[in-house]
Ligand binder design. Structure first.
Ligand SMILES: [Zn+2]
Ligand SMILES: [Zn+2]
Length: 148
């Protein structure tokens, strides 16, 4: 009879998750630390990748659903208006500050434009941040609490 102690399982190795790689300037061949960023729409290939990921997430949710209940209702598939990618640039590859506040086209030359600080594309117009005030109908207004 072997009385040797069974070997305990090895302790789990806990390692710190490595930090995400720091983005570099998106200028071709530029390795400078970026100073600014702006957003651009996705190319068709990038959109296909995002939609494939969303399809996978929906399929996973469907598999994890409670089969005793109706299947989950998913909204419409996100399209190009739902995604943007960040573009990073160093000072030498930066576009104008006003243009950086807008969302640029998928084919924006951005940090590789020969006419910097003009990127060469027509960014989407800015969305107004102040929405018009709408009055509630009279039957939706109520007296303040405690004013009875
Ligand atoms: Zn650069
Ligand atoms: Zn642009």
């Amino acid at each position: 009879m072997d009385l040797a102690k069974p070997t305990p399982p090895p302790a789990p190795v806990r390692t710190a998750k490595p930090p995400a790689p720091r983005p570099g300037c998106h200028g071709t061949g530029c390795t400078t630390v970026p100073l600014v960023q702006w957003r651009r729409r996705l190319t068709a290939a990038e959109l296909d990748t995002e939609q494939a990921a969303e399809t996978g997430r929906r399929a996973e949710r469907y598999l994890l659903r409670d089969v005793q209940k109706p299947p989950p209702v998913e909204g419409p598939m996100p399209d190009t208006s739902d995604y943007t990618h960040a573009v990073y640039a160093c000072g030498g590859h930066a576009i104008a500050m006003d243009a950086a506040a807008l969302v640029h086209a998928a084919d924006c030359a951005g940090p590789n434009s020969a006419t910097l600080p003009d990127c060469g594309c027509t960014p989407e117009p800015a969305v107004p941040t102040v929405l018009p005030v709408q009055e509630l109908p009279a039957h939706w207004t109520a007296a303040p609490v405690g004013s009875s």
